[in-house]
Ligand binder design. Structure first.
Ligand code: PMP
Length: 354
């Protein structure tokens, strides 16, 4: 089954070996990094999948390629066409890369709360970027609805709809899941990550559950303000609180998530204080420069490994690097404004150089 999945992944243009024909072939096949310090502290094996090594710098390159390939397959996108998406940034960056490589135009609607680095990069990649006020999904002015309306208003355009188009989770079922299974030789007690669209969690989780006959546990690490913890634990959609993390946290059950959420074994919330302390610690001890969602995922993996006990193996996703958030995450002033200076251990404060 694995080899046929890898062949399918290869047909879809994902990287399965080191020489590839086009830019989009370099997406996927990322290393699995053993996180030594935290593993030793937990007495377990904690691995982070280095998704920051994708060409667009994040896990969302996989979804972007999957969504575009799917739109082509369905005949929704033809040469010279336009891809329109609502995104916190990373899916847009992935789409913008793939659009350049395949000759499509790219229009990106994003909430105006996102980092300047992501907006700049999208513009450099030739995307037509439209920052809009950050309002809830129920509001017709939400960035996703504006993206859909834009696509509907012009010919040969497709709204890729990353939240509710299950081609997103399918990309992870075809690639991220099989890669983790192969890299751990099937010895993976648990996979845990946070969710935005839920594509990474649901696609990877479904593959690992199937392959292990249900033995691999799948957990969600949730930022404050996101409803997944309450939904998994008691069926409610509690959105109270807020977080400094970008690209994760959800106020509803997306279609990508709905296909899988009943199989999720557990969920818990990770406070921003723990996320930021771990972000700085990973830089100091492992030399890895991560975005906040990745640091949150690693906290989740560490807490879960402690729960599962000595010798367990837990895998998570390091979704992107800190480069696209550094004006925030490494700025003393910004950290102070979020009340997070005190969360960084004294000996690590030297890294806040901006
Ligand atoms: N981390 C980051 C930095 C992201 O941009 C995203 C996607 N917005 C995620 C995690 C979550 O991935 P998914 O959409 O597959 O749930």
């Amino acid at each position: 089954m694995l080899s046929s999945l890898r062949a399918a992944a290869s047909r879809r243009g994902f990287a399965t070996h080191s020489t590839v024909r086009g830019f989009d072939g370099a997406i996927g096949n990322t290393p699995l990094i053993y996180l030594k310090t935290l593993s030793e502290r937990a007495g377990a094996n904690i691995f982070g999948k280095a998704e920051f090594q994708n060409p667009g710098g994040s896990v969302k390159d996989r979804a972007a390629l999957g969504l575009i390939n799917n739109a082509e397959k369905l005949g929704l996108l033809k040469p010279g066409g336009t891809v329109v998406e609502g995104t916190a940034g990373n899916t847009g960056i992935g789409l913008a890369h793939v659009c350049r490589a395949k000759g499509y135009k790219c229009v990106i609607y994003m909430p105006n709360t996102q980092s300047q680095e992501k907006i700049d990069l999208l513009k450099m990649l030739g995307a037509d970027v439209r920052p809009v006020p950050a309002v809830a999904f129920e509001n017709p002015k939400n960035y996703n609805h504006q993206a859909r309306e834009h696509a509907e208003s012009i010919p040969n355009a497709v709204w890729t709809n990353q939240f509710d188009n299950v081609a997103n989770a399918e990309a992870h079922y075809q690639t991220t899941g099989p890669e983790i299974w192969e890299q751990t030789q099937g010895k993976v007690d648990a996979f845990i990550c946070s969710t935005g669209t839920g594509g990474t969690l649901a696609g990877t989780g479904r593959f690992l559950k199937e392959k292990s006959n249900g033995k691999t546990q799948i957990w969600i690490a949730d930022p404050p303000g996101s409803c997944l913890t309450s939904f998994v634990n008691n069926g409610t959609l509690d959105r109270s609180g807020s977080s400094i993390t970008e690209g994760i946290g959800q106020g509803r059950i997306t279609d990508n998530m709905a296909t899988f959420v009943k199989q999720v074994d557990g969920a818990f919330t990770v406070p921003d204080e723990q996320t930021i302390a771990t972000l700085y610690e990973l830089l100091d001890t492992e030399g890895i420069y991560l975005g906040a969602s990745s640091a949150l995922n690693v906290v989740g993996a560490y807490e879960l490994a402690k729960k599962l006990g000595k010798g367990s193996t837990v895998v998570t996703v390091m979704a992107d690097g800190a480069y696209r958030y550094q004006s925030r995450l490494f700025s003393k002033k910004w950290l102070e404004s979020k009340g997070l200076q005190g969360a960084i251990p004294e000996h690590l404060k030297k890294y806040a150089v901006l």
